[in-house]
Design a protein around this ligand. Structure first.
Ligand code: SAM
Ligand code: SF4
Length: 353
């Protein structure tokens, strides 16, 4: 049977924001070339992970959030300035209405400046979307999964959704998507379970990446109670398994090892125990169009104002240049003071991890 072309979303009739093709690439003061955009499409989420947001999270008024058309225009502007990798995130990107239309529209840029289109998801709604994502040109996705224990999952995310998440991962694999599992390492929560999660992930054919918790936004617990340094985790894993450093890179801050016994790859994202800022190649934009040059910094540029101005092309280009000029050399997260206020007031669900 012939393969049906994907439905052409209305979005495609929009002209790209016309950053001229001769516009200079995005290079910051420290000679880091920016090729990676993480674009948050919503701050809303159907889970409430305890390290990410409080149970009673206040979400942004919908009118503040960029329309799908604006998100599309914005992404086109970045592609015109040399961004080759685009990750949609959130909040939970798959709760945004019309998200598949946006992804299909962006997928048309693959092979025309854009090399990779991907997303980070909690997978609760992945089962219903996996085929459409694959059709739109998505090849790899990151799924956040911090435990395989249903009761622990329900406690940690405050929602009993592990079965849907596992169904989502299965559907993604069936659709031909490569799945990487992201696991935030949490002291006393999934600490003892980490080897089991890694072994399960590798057994299912997924790379697994462990992440150190970052002090973003007020949550109900003390960050220091959640924080598990990954150098300690790695040392413990090395007593159980043979770990070998790997050159594998995915364009992000993770550093990988291979595990002889599981035959899989394990990444470590270590904002605290191993700074990675010198290789930073990314910018982040929130669902309201605020560009944060650094996840761990307060610097910010308003792209929504540029987009909604009389001359969006020139204003957006100027705003990107401003972001390059203020991108800091490194983040300044600290994780050493009990009872400390969050390093930054904004939650991870705003900037999208
Ligand atoms: N909802 C999607 C998900 O969970 O995959 C995408 C957005 S979520 C904010 C992106 C990533 O950030 C997830 O892997 C999540 O575990 C991680 N994350 C959230 N809050 C964090 C924090 N305070 N420190 C470290 N990672 C965090
Ligand atoms: Fe939602 Fe992702 Fe935050 Fe969990 S980590 S609450 S899934 S945005």
């Amino acid at each position: 049977m012939p393969v049906q072309p994907p439905r052409q979303p209305d979005l495609l009739v929009l002209p790209d924001v016309g950053v001229s093709p001769s516009a200079p690439p995005l290079i910051d003061r420290f000679q880091r070339r920016i090729t990676y955009l993480r674009l948050s499409v919503t701050d809303r989420c159907d889970l409430r992970c305890a390290y990410c947001m409080p149970e009673r999270m206040t979400f942004l008024p919908k009118r503040e959030v960029l329309s799908l058309e604006e998100l599309y225009q914005l992404a086109c502007g970045f592609i015109a300035r040399g961004v080759t990798k685009l990750r949609l995130t959130g909040g939970e990107p798959l709760v945004r209405r019309g998200i598949i239309d946006l992804i299909a529209a962006l997928g048309r840029h693959l092979g025309h400046g854009l090399e990779e289109l991907t997303l980070t998801t909690n997978a609760t709604r992945l089962a219903g979307h996996a085929e459409a994502l694959a059709r739109a040109g998505v090849r790899r996705i990151n799924v956040s999964l911090d435990t395989l224990d249903r009761a622990r999952f329900a406690r940690l995310t405050r929602r009993d959704a592990l079965p849907q998440v596992l169904d989502g991962i299965t559907a993604a694999r069936r659709a031909g998507l490569t799945v990487k599992l992201n696991v935030v390492a949490l002291k006393g929560v999934n600490e003892a379970e980490l080897p089991e999660i890694i072994a399960w992930g590798h057994g299912e054919g997924h790379d697994v990446t462990l992440i150190e918790v970052m002090p973003l936004g007020d949550v109900e617990e003390d960050r220091l109670d959640q924080y598990l340094p990954l150098n300690e985790v790695r040392a413990r894993l090395a007593q159980r398994w043979s770990l070998t450093d790997s050159d594998h890179r995915t364009g992000g801050p993770a550093r990988y090892v291979t595990i002889a016994e599981t035959g899989g790859r394990l990444g470590f994202i270590t904002p605290h125990t191993g700074n990675f800022c010198s290789g930073c190649n990314r910018l982040r934009v929130t669902a309201t169009g605020q560009l944060f040059p650094c996840l761990g910094g307060g610097e910010r540029v308003d792209l929504r104002a540029a987009l909604r101005s009389e001359d969006p092309e020139a204003r957006l280009s100027a705003a990107l240049d401003e972001a390059l000029a203020i991108k800091p050399e490194r983040h300044h997260f600290r994780m050493d003071a009990r009872g400390a206020a969050p390093a930054l007031a904004r939650h991870m669900s705003l900037t999208g991890g």
